[in-house]
Every structure is written in C-alpha cells, then in structure tokens.
Design a binder for this molecule. Sequence first.
Ligand code: HEM
Length: 148
Amino acid sequence: MTATLLLLHLLGATIWTGGHLVLAFTILPRVLKGRDVASLHWFEQGYEKLGMPALLVQIVTGLWLAWQKVPSLSLWFDLDAGPIAHLIRIKLLLLLLTALVAAHARFRVIPRLSPATLPLMGWHIAAVTLLSVAFVATGLSFRVSWGM
Ligand code: HEM
C-alpha cells in the first residue's frame, strides 16, 4: 500500500513541480517578452486539466503518508513531537501558501490578465514554482538528511 501511495505521490510531484518549472523557465519568459497573454491562457487552460487533479492526488496521498508516519493530529501540531512531525508541518504550511497564491492568481489576476498585468502574473508563477520545489525538497527530507 505504501509503495502505491508513494508512486502516486511521486507521479503527482512530477506533474505539479515539473509543469511549473516548464511554465516558469520556458513559457513565461517568452510570454513576458512578447506580451503574449493568449499563449499564457492557452498553457494555463491545458495544464489546469492535469495540474489540478495532480495537486489533489498530492494532498490525499500526502496526508495519508503523513498519517502512516505520525498517526495523531495532535502530534502533527506538537512542536516537541520530533523531526517527522516538523516536516509534516512544513508540508502543510507550503500547502497553505500554495493555496493562497494560486487562489489569488486564479480569482484576482487571471480574470484581468492583460499585457499590463502580465508581470504580476509572472510573480505568482514564480512563487508557486518555488513552493513546488520546496515541496519536493521537504518530501525528500523524510528520507535523507542534507548533511547539515
Ligand atoms: C504539490 C505538492 C507536493 C509535492 C510536489 C510533494 C513531493 C514529495 C516528494 C518528491 C517526496 C519524496 C518521496 C520519496 O522520498 O520517495 C514526498 C514525500 C512525502 N510527502 Fe509530499 N509532496 C507534496 C505534498 C504533500 C502534502 C500536502 C503532504 C501532507 C502532509 C505530503 C506528505 C509527504 C510525506 C509524509 C512524504 C514522505 C513519504 C515517505 O518517505 O514515505 N506531501 N513528497
């Protein structure tokens, strides 16, 4: 069961983090340079169909894996419960920040997307991309220490 959960979690991570890295490093620079709102809409609409289910899979499998490691909600939020609970709290914080930035982009920025608001959208994309990489780094930290 754990192997299946991990497989789904890793597949979701490739889609969520990989998709945002492609967006941030290949699509966004071209969109900003050409002030090409239509191309950004085109990518967002296509990616959303895969990206949103992937994030949902991350949340469900992530919470499940976290419960397997620390099966107590009160321990998740107990600052003295040790390093694994600490990593779970970091994941939850990253999730909260991602939800806030993504919701702001989806409901405030995207509906008014224009060449003038493209840079603002760029900052939102950069923030969600950084958070997505932080998700992966934190996930890895359950298994490996960073030698610090
Ligand atoms: C987009 C969001 C997320 C991404 C990209 C992501 C990515 C990853 C990655 C790459 C790993 C490493 C797996 C391994 O060591 O083989 C991992 C592990 C883990 N993640 Fe996430 N994760 C996300 C969201 C979450 C959430 C919301 C939770 C819930 C608290 C969570 C909980 C965990 C746990 C408990 C592990 C350790 C699994 C294990 O080693 O058995 N993740 N994650």
